[in-house]
Design a protein around this ligand. Structure first.
Ligand code: SF4
Length: 345
């Protein structure tokens, strides 16, 4: 393949989508903005991230401002983006960088030592913000490289090879634009379902295109089915307020607000056993319907019980005004529970 980097950069200069965190081609952006966007973009689409990114930047325009924020405020602003450990790590990293003088480290190794920055994110920040010759290999890049080199070994076994091949493509100059260009090509041209090889700047050197195998690559080891878990939530109202709990600091949705309920188990809950987890005895009524939510490793099905109380001052948890619920920072799964419960109460 002749000089794919030059072709890709020329294509990127002409075709880069305007995204709020993206500097114009050839311009080196602010590392804080690069880091913030890369953490948000982990497992989340650009269209979902854009309003969150702008909200964070408006509220905390510098790493120092984010470091000085209350963790609860950061998590509340993060609510809805999912994978809440990222929000906590964001805050921890902002504090670590601020304590170290306010400058992000430039090397991949040093970046990886910060909370929430893995191999991909370190490479992306190093190349985009600091011009390092690093290769940020996400799902888009895996797909493009698998096809360019017609790699038939399935993912994830092929990952080390794909990484080596991706690194071999990185030019000496404009590494950040190249990294973004390759991701952009995978997101807009070399797409999973319908690669547009005719419009692709790399088609003349693409082995999969030459063989007509682009639709069959990359191969993947079939994913295991996600199991389903079940739980019951208890929505307790008291004069315009609802009782919320706080999840344990570690684990899924760690430290976030929650609607009190049973643990999430493989089997559906019987009403009697679920009631042991009710925050108080009351005239609990079950709400028709259920809430479905999918986490990385399992599907969750929640049913909802509602009740009203006049007392409850001594109950564990926090009473939050219903009018403040939207901005309180409830994770998406509990926002769905709230929607179902409020339709009933
Ligand atoms: Fe992907 Fe087709 Fe371009 Fe090859 S030619 S990189 S398969 S879009």
């Amino acid at each position: 393949m002749t000089n794919p980097a030059t072709k890709l950069l020329k294509w990127y200069d002409a075709n880069a989508r305007e995204l709020p965190w993206r500097a114009a081609p050839g311009v080196v952006p602010d590392p804080y903005r690069v880091w913030l966007s890369e953490i948000m973009l982990q497992q989340t689409q650009a269209v979902v991230v854009a309003p969150y990114y702008l909200k964070f930047l408006g509220r905390w325009p510098t790493v120092q401002a984010l470091a000085a924020a209350e963790l609860d405020d950061v998590l509340a602003a993060w609510a809805g983006l999912g994978y809440y450990a990222r929000g906590r790590n964001l805050h921890r990293t902002a504090q670590a960088v601020t304590e170290a003088g306010g400058r992000f480290p430039e090397s991949e190794v040093a970046l990886r030592a910060l909370p929430g920055i893995g191999v991909y994110t370190a490479a992306a920040i190093a190349s985009i913000a600091f011009g390092a010759r690093a290769s940020a290999v996400d799902g888009n890049v895996e797909r493009v490289v698998s096809r360019l080199f017609a790699v038939t070994v399935p993912i994830p076994k092929s990952r080390p090879k794909l990484r080596t091949l991706a690194v071999s493509l990185v030019p000496l100059q404009r590494t950040g634009d190249f990294a973004q260009g390759l991701i952009e090509l995978g997101a807009t041209v070399c797409t999973a379902r319908s690669p547009d090889c005719v419009a692709c700047p790399l088609s003349d050197g693409c082995k999969a295109f030459a063989k007509g195998s682009q639709d069959r690559l990359p191969r993947r080891v079939p994913k295991q089915e996600r199991p389903t878990r079940h739980g019951v939530c208890f929505w307790l109202e008291r004069s315009g307020q609802v009782l919320l709990g706080r999840r344990p600091p570690r684990g899924l949705l760690g430290g976030m607000l929650e609607i009190p309920g049973t643990p999430w188990e493989a089997k559906s809950w019987g009403q009697k056993s679920a009631m042991e987890f009710a925050p108080t005895s009351a005239d609990w009524q079950s709400v028709p319907g259920e809430v479905r939510h999918t986490f990385t490793h399992f599907h969750l099905v929640l049913t909802v019980m509602t009740a009203r109380t006049r007392s409850g001052g001594n109950l564990a948890g926090t009473w939050v005004a219903l009018d403040d619920l939207e901005t309180a920072g409830l994770p998406s799964v509990f926002a769905k529970v709230s929607g179902l419960a409020r339709a009933k109460v």
